[in-house]
Design a protein around this ligand. Structure first.
Ligand code: AOF
Ligand code: ZN
Length: 343
């Protein structure tokens, strides 16, 4: 077994935290002694123990931890946050070696964990499966490096690349299985966003119903506060942030957030960063998707193409990017497209 094998296992364990740890990263840890895995753990819940601590706690015979190698996909932390520093704990347990995929971009850590471990005489290897680690924690890296949430654009188009009928109706483009995928995505991202026309015309709830998991924060663009208050997004069953250029108000489960008219999108993204929203799925409509596309401010697009045709209607956006995967969802095609140079 090589370092890569054990790191792959750490990455698999890390995924166990999906949907529960944001805005923290997904982190897994494997402890290995003499070629045997003696402990495993992952960060399970925001505010709770980190991966390294859970891995150490899982070891039956604690004496074995001394002289073991710890495989952890993110640099062990060096700060006192919700829990004490993992680097200190690894030093205290006298592990011999620490193998890491990615350095922690969080300014509170940022190399500090690696430095602490090395100063304590522990051998540290970095960059093992670095690319896979970055992909796993792409939301966390974009959030810290670009100081904005990770942006996922999502839409369903007809075979003739239309988003809606001429009157704006977009019902029944993708099938029920595609809708279930979307609900699963909502449960794993921090927020879901729609524009004014979509909120008014479709009156979406933007909650998780066809899957289990927590509801995302709902974001609506309504620059001039023209949307009626009886829409589902304003039902206060889950937090909605309504970005506008007129006024700021905070109510239980509803925030009217005022941003500038000139720098609307940049202000929104900055405000979301400050609210620690790490990822957003943009669910339309055409104008809102275009706003993000024209600004180059998106990371991933998830596009369903149905075999149906509408003949005429509202054109679907086109995104420059690289297709990284295609799935067949019971007859609907799902393409995942990556933006290779997001702003
Ligand atoms: C680790 N192992 O499993 C995780 C780390 O508020 P806290 O104390 O939970 O700290 C959160 C920060 O710690 C998070 O932003 C990231 O920099 C790091 N996450 N570090 O050593 C872990 N989840
Ligand atoms: Zn930690």
């Amino acid at each position: 077994m090589t370092d890569e094998h054990y790191m792959q296992r750490a990455l698999e364990l890390a995924l166990g935290g999906e949907g529960s740890v944001s805005p923290n990263p997904l982190v897994g840890c494997v402890l290995v002694q003499h070629g045997t895995i003696i402990g495993e753990g992952w960060h399970r819940q925001f505010g709770h123990a980190h991966a390294e601590v859970n891995a150490i706690e899982s070891v039956a015979d604690k004496q074995q931890v001394a002289s073991a190698t710890a495989y952890v996909n993110l640099e062990p932390c060096s700060h006192f946050g919700k829990t004490p520093p993992c680097a200190d704990r690894l030093i205290k347990e006298k592990v011999a070696r620490v193998v890491i995929a990615n350095e922690d971009p969080n300014p509170l850590v940022n190399g500090g964990g690696i430095k602490k471990l090395r100063e304590a005489g522990i051998e540290v290897v970095t960059g093992v499966l670095e690319g896979r680690g970055r992909e796993l924690n792409r939301r966390f890296f974009v959030f810290h490096e670009k100081q904005r949430p990770y942006i996922i654009l999502k839409w369903a188009q007809t075979f003739d690349r239309l988003l809606a009928h001429p009157n704006g109706d977009s019902k029944w483009i993708s099938n029920e299985y595609a809708r279930q995928w979307v609900h699963r995505w909502r449960a794993t991202e921090d927020a879901v966003l729609v524009g004014t026309k979509t909120a008014a015309h479709d009156n979406p709830q933007l909650t998780v119903r066809d899957w289990t998991g927590r509801h995302p924060v709902r974001i609506v663009f309504d620059r001039f506060l023209r949307l009626p208050e009886n829409l589902h997004v304003f039902d206060r069953k889950q937090l909605t942030i309504c970005y506008n250029v007129l006024r700021h108000e905070e109510h239980p489960q509803l925030v009217l957030a005022r941003v500038s008219e000139e720098n609307f999108l940049a202000d929104v993204l900055h405000d979301l960063y400050q609210r620690r929203i790490q990822s957003v799925i943009v669910e339309g409509g055409a104008m809102t998707l275009s706003l993000f596309i024209e600004a180059g401010c998106w990371d991933e697009a998830r596009v369903f193409t149905s075999p149906r045709t509408f003949g005429k209607g509202i054109a679907a956006p086109a995104v420059p990017g690289r297709r990284i995967a295609t799935h067949d969802i019971q007859g609907d095609r799902l393409d995942i497209i990556k933006n290779e140079s997001p702003s």
